[in-house]
Design a binder for this molecule. Sequence first.
Ligand SMILES: O=C(O)c1cc(C(=O)O)c2c(n1)C(=O)C(=O)c1cc(C(=O)O)[nH]c1-2
Length: 252
Amino acid sequence: MDQLLTENELEARLRDVGAQRYHHLHPFQLRLQSGRCSRTEVEAWALNRYLYQACIPQKDAIILSRMDDPALRRPWRQRIVDHDGEREGDGGIARWLKLTDDLGLSRAAVMSGRFALPATRFAVIGYLSFVRDATLLEAIASSLTELFSPSIIATRTAGMLANYDFIRPETLAYFTARPVQAKRDSDFALAYVKAHATTPERQQAVIAALEFKCAMLWAMLDALEHAYVYAEPAPGAFRAGDARAPHLVAAA
Ligand SMILES: O=C(O)c1cc(C(=O)O)c2c(n1)C(=O)C(=O)c1cc(C(=O)O)[nH]c1-2
């Protein structure tokens, strides 16, 4: 029988999940931030991760649709605005496309998802299913990886700027806004989880939900590392020279 943890003990357990399982420890992340990735690997990372970025407002819309309380929906809907923007060209998804633009990738190809690795697609589908099928408390708890993202974003951004001559500060504009948004979002989600995980069963469920999300992020980097470092991308998945923006193809 699991013991009921105090709120502080629960928070410590959740932070421990991050310390042990978050993708800051993944070999592909270490490779990316230390300049050991080839340009093709950086392009593959940005192209695959677009799918994750694009699914975030969809998962937040699912979570929003499951909330009965307007006081809860009001702050949560800001997450969708952050990613989609208030108008065309605004918001996190548009800023992610600035990164893929600067890498010379075609927007249509990136947004279609057709060059993504199979595991990236399955990870994203798995995440959307999780927030639909688990309890609302578990769905909210799965967003708590954002407790750990400001630190990995700072390390990755500094490492990429220092180590790749094709990355300029504007290329990584996506990451400028994220740490402040992530802190605001994760403070809110953590307070909710601490207030609502009031039985040992619920506490174990929120810990497992955070482990699930860490596993999903880990699996996406496993797939990139397997395909681009050790083996081969699946048939149809991105390879060097694929998905070039039309003006670059014309100039070649
Ligand atoms: O750069 C990263 O490593 C990283 C990690 C995470 C995360 O931990 O889930 C997010 C993001 N970035 C991110 O940019 C983002 O918008 C985001 C939203 C969420 C979420 O769970 O709602 N996680 C993340």
